[in-house]
Design a protein. Structure first.
Length: 452
């Protein structure tokens, strides 16, 4: 029996050895594939082969030292809302140190001032371009995608050089960013290499930010460049997978903000609403934080204050033009078909909510949800209150709604926090979401209780 067992083991040994070698070989091939896909850029060959772009880059390098280049860079930094992430609360603008919470740990934004030790003082224009376009630091280290190089890769070299010229003109600030708080293995270069191999490809500098449709206007192309590149709208307004990569970023279908109680709504146009009206509403909201059908709240209010209110009228129109070209989002469904029991319960909710609305809300927002132009937003036809997920509306009802103070709306009206309990918040929002032509699902007590 023992001899038979030894003979069997002897026969298995070559097979096991071959399997082990095959496994090791497969792992080595996979590692080689990841390394090849995520290979460091060849700076000598990464000069953009297109001759017209070469000439533009050369001209930009010449102009980078003058005031015009710095002024353009300052404007671009506003469009990219760079100071928002790269300024700690109460700190010096662009000096970094702000913690950006993610599901994988906290990332701290770097110092963009020209301090040689802790900032960009030792960086060249090529180094800065490498960070924006390739997502790599000056030493070739892979950057965490909390820095949205997945969108910034579409920024042109000319704009990168103008941004660099502006940042070099800032007063240097000595302030090293805290060490990354990412958990293992997300804090390793190997993990970032795999992530990049799966989800990131540097954009071709000679191509536009998006493939223009037939007959696309210059405004559409400029809007696509700003929305998909420097404005990095998909960083908030696109859903993410389990590893934090954006899904269907080109559709901007909306997504929950990581580690925040807010939902970034879809930026696609609304079906059945005239395009001219939506165009004007978008421009008004980005310019002043207030439109005929809504107010910028939460993180979007920060974007309006720090970025979009400073955009030119031409760029705001271009952004709206591009967004209105996206496939229209369907109207929300009030209740699934056949949900009679749920409809009966919603009827009771609406009755209670109607009383609360009349007592607490109607004085400002109107008996028919019509609002007051330029003061209180209308609730009838307001897409913010009819989102599938009621997170944003619950935040406003519980903690108050405060429009941003902007140049076009320097003294906005605000809404104080309510003293309603969880059931009352669910009731009044259900009434608002299902009245005056609004159609959206009822708000449940569980949704209201979960809202922080």
């Amino acid at each position: 029996m023992r001899q038979a067992a030894d003979a069997f083991a002897a026969r298995r040994r070559p097979g096991l050895r071959a399997a082990a070698l095959g496994l090791v070989g497969g792992l080595l091939l996979a590692a080689a594939a990841v390394a090849w896909i995520d290979r460091a850029p060849d700076r000598a060959s990464d000069r953009v082969s297109d001759r017209a772009t070469d000439r533009l880059r050369s001209a930009t390098a010449t102009d980078a030292a003058d005031a015009d280049a710095r002024a353009r860079g300052a404007y671009l930094a506003r469009l990219g809302n760079c100071a928002s992430c790269h300024t700690a609360r109460g700190g010096v603008a662009y000096a970094g140190g702000r913690g950006l919470p993610t599901p994988f740990g906290t990332v701290y934004a770097g110092n963009l001032t020209p301090d040689p030790g802790s900032g960009l003082g030792a960086w060249s224009a090529d180094d800065f371009w490498q960070a924006l376009h390739h997502g790599r630091s000056r030493d070739g280290r892979r950057l965490a995608p909390a820095f949205p190089y997945t969108e910034f890769t579409r920024v042109s070299r000319a704009d990168s050089d103008a941004l660099y010229a502006f940042l070099r003109s800032l007063p240097p600030v000595v302030q090293a960013a805290p060490a990354s708080g990412l958990r293992f293995p997300f804090n390793t270069q190997a993990a970032l290499a795999v992530w990049r191999a799966l989800y990131f490809r540097p954009a071709d500098p000679a191509e536009a930010a998006a493939l223009p449709p037939s007959g696309a206007t210059a405004a559409w192309q400029r809007g696509a460049y700003l929305v998909r590149g420097l404005g990095h709208c998909a960083a908030c307004h696109a859903p993410r997978n389990a590893l934090g990569a954006t899904r269907q970023a080109e559709q901007l279908a909306g997504g929950a903000l990581p580690m925040q109680p807010w939902f970034a709504p879809s930026l696609a146009p609304l079906a059945g609403v005239p395009a001219a009206r939506q165009q004007q509403d978008l421009v008004d909201l980005l310019r002043s934080g207030l439109s005929s059908r809504g107010v910028a709240s939460g993180p979007m209010a920060e974007v309006v204050v720090g970025s979009t209110q400073h955009a030119s009228e031409q760029d705001l129109e271009a952004i709206a033009t591009y967004l209105l070209s996206l496939p229209a989002q369907p109207a929300p469904s009030r209740q699934p078909a056949g949900a009679e029991a749920a409809e009966a319960a919603n009827g009771a909710q609406r009755e209670r909510g109607a009383v609360l609305y009349g007592d607490r809300c109607a004085e400002c927002h109107g008996r028919q949800g019509e609002g007051a132009a330029g003061i209180y937003p209308a609730l009838a036809g307001n897409p913010s209150v009819t989102l599938e997920q009621p997170d944003n509306a619950l935040q406003v009802v519980r903690h108050g709604g405060f429009a941003p103070a902007t140049g076009r709306n320097p003294r906005p009206y605000g809404m104080p926090p309510s003293e309603l309990d969880a059931q009352q918040r669910a009731d009044v929002l259900t009434y608002i979401r299902q009245s005056w032509g609004n159609q959206a699902p009822a708000v449940t007590i569980l949704q209201s209780l979960r809202a922080p």
